[in-house]
Design a binder for this molecule. Structure first.
Ligand code: C2E
Ligand code: CA
Ligand code: CA
Ligand code: CA
Length: 275
């Protein structure tokens, strides 16, 4: 029996080694991809529900791998976070998103996702200021999307970062709102502008009654705290009508548009303005 258990440990170790090896190779591949310009940004419009006007586009990271094809961000961002590569990738995203957004009409903004890991970097504020200066994008046109996780990981630093962003006019949104597990108390103490209601509450599997309750609660809380709300994942007219009825400020989702290539942004805006 002793011998047998030792054997299974060896098998287990071998499996661990292989998983680790695969992660290492994946990370190496990602590092190469960044240098080889395989990463690019897609832009998904966020629409003002009352006026139907496009307010800004959210930058979403894409990786076209030479053999694997399109690798979803949910898969490679986690690897980038555990290997520290997210710092470099995040910097590239900020620089690229601001540079591209600076070519759009000046009433259209851009939102950039920040990983909680990036909030651990004490020079993140300088990176944001650098990207704004280099691109010439007005600070008011930039919105940064953070998740609740940053307040668990980097409470104080997140707070001072948000205050610095506020001071220059960069807006802050809390992404995936409702899926976190942190206390709501921090919301009253943080100068956050917007809550993005997670897609799972908009077009999720949960019963409509429950989704209604969650979204209504988030919207009334946001109102009480003078914050805006954006509903993610609106996929059809019925969902839009329902979200509009609940009083959400902005909507995003396939009903308006899927994430677009940079070169399709201006034609998309032109088409909408002609309607
Ligand atoms: P997220 O920030 O919650 O982004 C919204 C996701 O929902 C995007 O997935 C978008 O394509 C998708 N989506 C939008 N509307 C609809 C809809 O109507 N139906 C459905 N089914 N999906 C919709 P995507 O592009 O695959 O991104 C996944 C996640 O990867 C993002 O979730 C974000 O957490 C992360 N991510 C993407 N780009 C970046 C980045 O530049 N930096 C960081 N740190 N994370 C990023
Ligand atoms: Ca987001
Ligand atoms: Ca989200
Ligand atoms: Ca998400």
């Amino acid at each position: 029996a002793k011998h047998g258990s030792k054997g299974s440990v060896a098998v287990f170790d071998a499996a661990m080694d292989q998983a680790q090896q695969e992660r290492r190779e994946f990370a190496e591949d990602l590092r190469r991809a960044l240098a080889a310009n395989e990463l690019w940004l897609a832009f998904q419009p966020v629409v003002d529900i009352a006026t139907s006007r496009v307010v800004y586009f959210e930058a979403l990271l894409r990786w076209t791998h030479p053999t694997k094809g399109l690798v979803p961000p949910d898969r490679f961002i986690a690897v980038a976070e555990t290997t520290g590569l997210i710092a470099e990738i995040g910097k590239w995203v900020l620089k690229t998103a601001t540079r591209i957004a600076a070519t759009w009409p000046d009433d259209i903004g851009v939102a950039v996702n920040l990983s909680p890991v990036q909030l651990g970097d004490e020079r993140l504020d300088e990176m944001v200021f650098g990207a704004l200066a280099k691109s010439g994008l007005d600070a008011h046109r930039l919105e940064l999307e953070l998740t609740e996780a940053v307040f668990i990981r980097h409470g104080e630093r997140a707070r001072s970062f948000i205050e610095k962003m506020n001071a220059v006019g960069v807006r802050i949104a809390l992404d995936d709102f409702g899926t976190g597990f942190s206390s709501l108390g921090y919301l009253t103490r943080l100068p956050v502008h917007k809550l993005k209601i997670d897609r799972s509450f908009v077009s999720g599997q949960t019963a409509l009654k429950e989704r209604n309750a969650v979204i209504s609660a988030v919207i009334s809380m946001a109102r009480a705290l003078s914050m805006e709300t954006t509903a993610e994942g609106i996929e059809n007219e019925a969902e839009l009508a329902w979200i509009r009825g609940l009083g959400c400020n902005q909507g995003q989702g396939y009903y308006f548009a899927k994430p677009l290539r940079a070169e399709d942004v201006q034609p998309f805006l032109d088409r909408r303005s002609r309607r």
